[in-house]
Structure formats: structure tokens, C-alpha cells
Ligand binder design. Structure first.
Ligand code: PLP
Length: 736
């Protein structure tokens, strides 16, 4: 078979297939596909921030046809298209064997944010990233799954640091035409328009479809000419505005989402509320049943059987609460339709329905109207049962019906390109070795495409057996692992220098920082990146400033820090944290050994979790329900150093990373902060640094690499969404 296309029509077909690939986020976790879009125009790939759809707009049809005359390139394109089609039509899937009923009646998964990729910045943080990773694994497993969210046309804010090292926010308008999304249309080809009532007004919305492998996520968009401006702006920004904006967004998400599913003829077997934002969907489900003549009590009971709820945080501000006036105003029509007084409606979101002072809490509504609920780690399960015991006073705390499924990450979406190739090569080598013992070495393959399909690693990467091989030095040697660590650290440093140069140029500060001397490729590199919510205590390590200075000034055992993260626009405390860290990076002895990369997003996250040696996590226990960024570190050989909170409390086994403090915490936060910063330092100086710099005659830190092996073997196959979505399916989605 020749790789050159045979005819112009075949070329046209390839180009149309390539467009199909660009419009399915599958390409964001397929290396071959990403390389094709990159190679079409490497510079644009960078400038357009890795946007496949925009690349295909950038490259003319003629140019594409000419490029496809190159047999090697054409062959790779063909391979990607073949892989994509094979992925989409695969029938031998976990879902078909284990969750067939969901393929007919899918899971409807409602989330106020979804984080898929840097080009579609409609997530504020971990909650959205988790929803995106959940979707990708639902697709890989072939679970019937539809996502529901909003299309925020200005997304989440972009962060810029000003002259005073203060975070400023700006917004860019997202253009659906150059994003992997398509308008949902009715049978006549017109945009499908649905409606929700907010106060006395009918608010219309249109819908965008995002393809995520085999799954679809629908994004509701109220930016319609029929609507008043303030209603059009409901879908402007992620969590933008005050509580009245918030309640209206949540009405659109919950109630609008159910109406959309009805309009599309999708009959979910279960409604999954990812956090309280979506809990109004229960009101719509009750209303529908009442409208068909079912009593309120029965409608509520049946609705409860259709819903499950996941709570994501013990932090008070993470639970939306609305006052009576706002509820009465926003949901007046809904209350009428439900034939409820406002006080009865309020009761659905109150712990004590009769308490007129209690606000309406979305979490309470979600918990009351779901057949099952879960927290996102074992410890968070305990904390949540304690926290919501008031709703089940007749039970003991242990009996409170909130279970847990520990969060994970979508491995192939997070694994950096060079690391995929690294593991794929090890896999190929081990298979060849096995074959050699049976057959003579396989002769050069005759097919035009010599690349082994990537799907092999994709399949293997989700098995315990594959990662167990990493314990074996015959599968991967210490030297290979250490070389990989150096390569990834170097890539991060180059990325950081480039970003800081751009940051510095904007502030005309390039004169007093030598950007090509920022950071040291031989230094133990400690990373911290996440939302700058105060409970995460980003600057905790600098509480011991004198000690930090000693560490970074040690020429024999250099240590350095890379930080990144956004504070919520209204969180001045979080912004002060950022300011303090940047100030230290510019004006203290930490200069050149501490950097802050602005505008944290998925791309920065990927650079950091792969390039750092240590991933630092020091939340105020037990407020980090799970945390997921540390889970992204594992497959890259980056080790966690963390407070025993969230997922790390169950992931850490004494050999696979580092613990800060123990499995308890003091009652008073002042004492906790003081103890934790001391413990952080103790771990760093007595375990982390000695182990990293303990090199043998070949210059290899054997002990450190042993920890990397242990981390990979014990954590990677466990803390991923492949395992997590299976848990959701078997424990919660499938009716027993
Ligand atoms: C993974 C990720 C998060 C979540 O990080 P945590 O440590 O769990 O808070 C937040 N933002 C981005 C961009 C991420 O990739």
C-alpha cells in the first residue's frame, strides 16, 4: 500500500477527516494527532496556544493538500485517522461489558465548570479539571455519559501581575468558530433554543456541543438576542458576579440542563450533580412529575431515586447559600409550578426546614434529593459525614449515608509527550525481548507506517501490571529514569525562563533579571501550583524565611522553587500571598531561585508536574478534600511532599514520597500553621534533600530513584479517572 493519496477525492476525504479529529477533544490525549497539528505550523501552534481548529484555519486547503503529498506526513495523518476511527467504533470496551444499560440511558453529569484543555478555559480550578478528566475516562471506558455545563464566552479570568506584584484580571472573548465546538441545531438546521424562567422572565438559551471522544458535553449559552443584557451576561464569566448572578447561573445550569436533555430526547438513567451548583436540576425533575399528575411526595421520592450527588469541599465558602428574598425573586415561577410556598421551597435547602433564619443551601438540596452521595477521599468522607450529620440526626456519624470515591486524573491527558514516548519505548523493548526468546528478531515492518500504534500504551497505561514493571530495573534502569528527570527539569526551566522573560518585558523589568540564569538545572526543584485559596497556604514555606535562605544558598545541594496560581478576583488575601511570593522572587536572596509563573492553566500545570522533582502540597488539614495536582506528578517521576490530607493520606505508604506531619492536626489554626511549617522544614531537610543529593560513584541518587519507582508502582494505577469512573459506575451509576 502506498502512502500517497490516490486521488483528489481521497485527499478531500482526508482533510475532512482531519477536521473531524480537530473537532473532537480526543486529539488532546493523542500524541500523534497533536504532533500533526504542531507540524503543520510549529510557530502558529505556539501562538494559537495549541488550538487544532485554529491551526486548520491558519493552513489553507491548498497548503494542506500539498503537505499531504509528503508520503511520511500523509502516512502519519492516515495513522491518526485510523486510530481515531478505531477508538470511536471499538466495541470491546469496559462499558459494553460492565455498564451496558448506561449506553442506552446515559449518565447526565452536571458541572458548573469543565477543564479539558488550555484552549477552552472554562474552568476555575480542580473541580472543573476533575469534570474534564471524568469525561475523558468515561469516553475511554465507553460509559454512556453526557456532560452539561455553561458556555462562558469570556471564560475564567486571565491573570496579569502588575508593577506592584499585584494580580490583575482581564478577560478574552472566546470565539466558538475557532474552538472544538459546534452549535446544536434543530431538525430545520436552526440553532436549538430552549428556555428557563428566572423571576417572571423567560430566559432563552442556545447550546454548543463539545465532542470528548465518544462522549458529548453540552454547553448552555444565554447570549441570545431575545434576552435582556443582564440575562445574556449570565454565561459571560465562570463564577462571575454576585449571589444574584450566581443563583441565575445555577438555575440555567440545573433547570436548563434538564430541559435540554428533554429537547434532545436523551433519557438519562441517573443525574449526577458534581457539587451543589447543579442541584436545582432536582426541582425541574419534581416539577415534571407533578405536571403529569404525580403528588409532590411521590415526585420527590422518584426524583431522589434518579439523582446522585458529589460533595467536593468542607470549606464553608464552597457551599452556595441563598437568602429568602433572592430565592423568592429568582424562583417565584418555579415555586408556583411546584405548588410550594416560598417557605416550603426554602425548606428543601435547609437543615431545619422550619428555621426561618436559615439560608437555602445548594448542598443540602443536593443531599436531600439524591439516592446516594459521596465525598472525594476517605478522610473527606469522614469529614463530610461529620459535617452533614445534622441532616441525619437519627443515625450515628458513621452511618451518615455519604460514601467516598477518591479522585483521580486522566493519565493520557496529563502525560507529557516525551514521557509517553519514554514509556512506549520501554514497552516496545520489553515486548521485543520477549519475542526474541521465541522467534528471531522481527524483520523491518513492511507497512508504510513504522510507528507502533499509540493505543497500546493507552491500554497498558491503565493497568496495574504495566506500572508494576517499573519496579524492575530490567524494564527501566536507574540511569534511564534519572536521564528522564533531567530532561523534564530542563524543559520546565526553559519554559519558565521564556514565560518570565515575557512577563518581565511587559513590566520593563528585563534589566535587572538575567533570564537565562534563572533557575539551576541541577537543583532540587520544588513546585507549588494551584488556586491561591487561603486554606492552601501557598507561602507557608516562607514562614521559615531564614531557613529557606540557607537552603537556596547551599552550593553543594541547591534547592529552588517554582510557583504558579490564581487568586479569586475578590480574594485580597490570596492576592497578598501572590504579591509576597513575587516580591521575594525579585528582591530577596531567593532571586533566581524562586519564580512565579503568571496565568496558571492546564498547560503550565503540565510543565510543572512533569518538570519538578517535588510537588509541594501544604493545605490546612482537613480542608483539601482530595487534591489532584499531585496525582499528575506520578507518571513523570515527580515525588509528592504533602500534608496528610485528601488523597495523600491514603496514597502515602512510607516509601513512595514524603509526608509532612502525621495523621492528625491541632484544633487551632495558628498552632497548626506553626507546626506544619516546622514539619515541612523537618521533612525537607532530614529526608528530601539528603535523599536527592545522595549520589553514588556514577552520580546517580539510587535512593531517590527507588522512591520514584515506588511512587509509580503504587500511585499511578490507583489515582486515575479510569479507576475512578469505574468506581462511580459500579457503586453509584448502575442500579443494583
Ligand atoms: C490539577 C489542576 C488543579 C487542581 O489542583 P489541586 O492541587 O488539586 O488544587 C487546578 N488547576 C489546574 C489548572 C490544574 O491542572
Amino acid at each position: 500500500m502506498s502512502c500517497k493519496p490516490q486521488s483528489p477525492s481521497e485527499l478531500s476525504e482526508m482533510i475532512s477527516d482531519l477536521n473531524r479529529v480537530a473537532h473532537n477533544l480526543w486529539w488532546t490525549w493523542n500524541q500523534g494527532a497533536q504532533e500533526i497539528f504542531h507540524d503543520l505550523s510549529p510557530r502558529s501552534w505556539q501562538n494559537l496556544y495549541h488550538n487544532a481548529v485554529a491551526i486548520l484555519h491558519e493552513v489553507s486547503d491548498y497548503e494542506l493538500r500539498v503537505r499531504l503529498q509528503d508520503p511520511e506526513f500523509c502516512c502519519r495523518v492516515r495513522q491518526v485517522i485510523t486510530d481515531f476511527n478505531a477508538y470511536m467504533s471499538d466495541k470491546e470496551t469496559w462499558g459494553r461489558h460492565n455498564a451496558e444499560q448506561l449506553l442506552k440511558n446515559p449518565v447526565a453529569y452536571f458541572s458548573a465548570e469543565f477543564g479539558f484543555h488550555e484552549t477552552l478555559p472554562i474552568a476555575a480550578g480542580g473541580l472543573g479539571i476533575l469534570a474534564g478528566d471524568h469525561t475523558k475516562s468515561a469516553s475511554d471506558l465507553d460509559i454512556g455519559f453526557v456532560g452539561i455545563s455553561l458556555f462562558y464566552r469570556e471564560g475564567y479570568f486571565q491573570q496579569q501581575i502588575n508593577q506592584d506584584n499585584w494580580q490583575t484580571e482581564y478577560y478574552t472573548l472566546l470565539n466558538p468558530k475557532s474552538l472544538p465546538m459546534e452549535p446544536v441545531v434543530d431538525p430545520k438546521g436552526e440553532p436549538l433554543v430552549c428556555m428557563v424562567e428566572i423571576d417572571l422572565t423567560d430566559v432563552y438559551f442556545q447550546v454548543w456541543r463539545v465532542n470528548v471522544g465518544r462522549c458529548v458535553v453540552y454547553l448552555l449559552d444565554s447570549n441570545r438576542p431575545e434576552n435582556a443584557q443582564h440575562h445574556r451576561d449570565l454565561t459571560r464569566r465562570v463564577y462571575g458576579g454576585d449571589t444574584s448572578m450566581r443563583i441565575m447561573q445555577e438555575i440555567l445550569l440545573g433547570i436548563g440542563g434538564v430541559r435540554l436533555l428533554r429537547a434532545l430526547g436523551i433519557e438519562p438513567s441517573v443525574f449526577h450533580m458534581n457539587e451543589g451548583h447543579a442541584a436545582f436540576l432536582t426541582l425541574e425533575l419534581i416539577r415534571e412529575k407533578q405536571a403529569s399528575g404525580i403528588s409532590l411526595a411521590e415526585a420527590m421520592a422518584r426524583t431522589k431515586q434518579e439523582c446522585i450527588f458529589t460533595t467536593h469541599t468542607p470549606v464553608e465558602a464552597g457551599h452556595d447559600r441563598f437568602g429568602r428574598d433572592l430565592m423568592a425573586y429568582a424562583l417565584m415561577k418555579m415555586a408556583n409550578q411546584l405548588r410550594l410556598t416560598i417557605d416550603e421551597l426554602m425548606g428543601l435547602g435547609r437543615v431545619n426546614p422550619k428555621d426561618n433564619h436559615e439560608l437555602f443551601c445548594m448542598t443540602v438540596l443536593g443531599l436531600k434529593l439524591s439516592r446516594a452521595a459521596n465525598a472525594v477521599s476517605e478522610l473527606h468522607g469522614q469529614v463530610s459525614r461529620q459535617m452533614w450529620h445534622v441532616l441525619w440526626p437519627e443515625c450515628s456519624v458513621e452511618e451518615v449515608p455519604i460514601g467516598h470515591i477518591t479522585n483521580g486524573i486522566h493519565l493520557m491527558g496529563w502525560m507529557k509527550g516525551p514521557v509517553r514516548r519514554f514509556w512506549q519505548r520501554r514497552l516496545n523493548a520489553s515486548q521485543e525481548k520477549n519475542q526474541e526468546s521465541v522467534n528471531p528478531p522481527a524483520s523491518e515492518t513492511t507497512s508504510c507506517c513504522k510507528n507502533k500504534p499509540e493505543r497500546q500504551l493507552e491500554k497498558e497505561a491503565n493497568t496495574i501490571e504495566f506500572w508494576q514493571k517499573v519496579a524492575d530495573p530490567g524494564f527501566v534502569s536507574d540511569e534511564e529514569l534519572w536521564a528522564l528527570r533531567y530532561k523534564l527539569r530542563r524543559e520546565l526551566i526553559e519554559f519558565a525562563r521564556r514565560r518570565l522573560l515575557i512577563q518581565g518585558q511587559r513590566l520593563s523589568q528585563s534589566d535587572f533579571i538575567a533570564f537565562d540564569q534563572l533557575l539551576n538545572p541541577d537543583a532540587l526543584t520544588i513546585g507549588f501550583a494551584r488556586r491561591f485559596a487561603t486554606y492552601k497556604r501557598a507561602p507557608l514555606i516562607f514562614d521559615q524565611f531564614e531557613n529557606v535562605i540557607k537552603l537556596v544558598s547551599d552550593r553543594q545541594r541547591p534547592v529552588q522553587f517554582v510557583f504558579s496560581g490564581k487568586a479569586h478576583p475578590r480574594d485580597d488575601e490570596g492576592k497578598r500571598y501572590i504579591q509576597r511570593i513575587i516580591h521575594l522572587s525579585k528582591f530577596s536572596e531567593l532571586k533566581g531561585r524562586l519564580v512565579f509563573i503568571e496565568n496558571y492553566d492546564v498547560h503550565i500545570a503540565r510543565q510543572m508536574v512533569s518538570g519538578c522533582d517535588v510537588w509541594l502540597n501544604n493545605p490546612r488539614r482537613p480542608l483539601e478534600a482530595s487534591g489532584t495536582s499531585g496525582q499528575k506528578a506520578g507518571c513523570h517521576g515527580c515525588l509528592n511532599m504533602s500534608i496528610m490530607d485528601g488523597w495523600w493520606r491514603e496514597g502515602y505508604d512510607g516509601t513512595n514520597g514524603f509526608a509532612i506531619g502525621g495523621d492528625s492536626h491541632p484544633d487551632f489554626v495558628e498552632e497548626q500553621d506553626r507546626m506544619d511549617s516546622e514539619n515541612l522544614f523537618k521533612t525537607l531537610t532530614s529526608e528530601v534533600i539528603p535523599s536527592f543529593f545522595n549520589r553514588d560513584a556514577q552520580g546517580i541518587p539510587r535512593q531517590w530513584i527507588q522512591k520514584i519507582r515506588r511512587a509509580i508502582v503504587t500511585l499511578v494505577p490507583q489515582y486515575n479517572t479510569w479507576r475512578m469512573v469505574q468506581d462511580y459506575a459500579t457503586k453509584y451509576y448502575l442500579k443494583k
